[in-house]
Design a protein around this ligand. Structure first.
Ligand SMILES: [Zn+2]
Length: 158
């Protein structure tokens, strides 16, 4: 049995569940699964421009582990762009530091405390038509060392 992996710290859920190529019928596409901890590696290193050491500290992993994570993430993203595949964000071993809520009426996204499930009103328009983005990903946790490539995804809701 491999040693159980420590949960990686992820700042907040991705704001979307994945991305699709434009110009190809969706049913023809294979998918690539980007694990949530791989997504976080991209966010910290390529988006926030942190060096690998600082990014590793943010996620609570060693620098070599971080480098492996981001290498995998880059390969998967290249596979989606060049190989023309759906990119799905799910799975991995992580816990969110905070959660995000999107208002479905005005569209703004608010950050909330992780355990604040009582957040139900949009701070901008007071709508109660809000979605907690962490819920998208709850069931995807611990799906293991992700067979990241290939396969068609069965979800039709895009
Ligand atoms: Zn709103």
């Amino acid at each position: 049995m491999p040693r159980p992996q420590k949960e990686r710290k992820v700042q907040e859920p991705p704001k979307i569940q994945g991305m699709k190529p434009i110009g190809v019928p969706g049913q023809l596409l294979d998918k690539v699964v980007l694990l949530i901890d791989e997504y976080e590696a991209i966010r910290l290193s390529d988006y926030e421009n942190l060096d690998h050491q600082k990014a590793a500290e943010k996620m609570g992993v060693s620098r070599p582990t971080f480098t492996r994570l981001i290498d995998k993430a880059h390969k998967k993203i290249a596979e989606t762009i060049v190989g023309v595949k759906d990119l799905i964000f799910e799975g991995g071993n992580y816990s969110f530091i905070r959660n995000l809520v999107r208002c479905l009426d005005c569209g703004i996204v608010s950050a909330i405390e992780k355990n604040d499930s009582k957040f139900n009103d949009c701070p901008k328009c007071n709508s109660t038509n809000v979605v907690h983005l962490n819920k998208w990903f709850r069931n995807g946790q611990r799906c293991g060392k992700g067979s990241g490539f290939g396969g068609r995804h069965g979800r039709g809701k895009w």
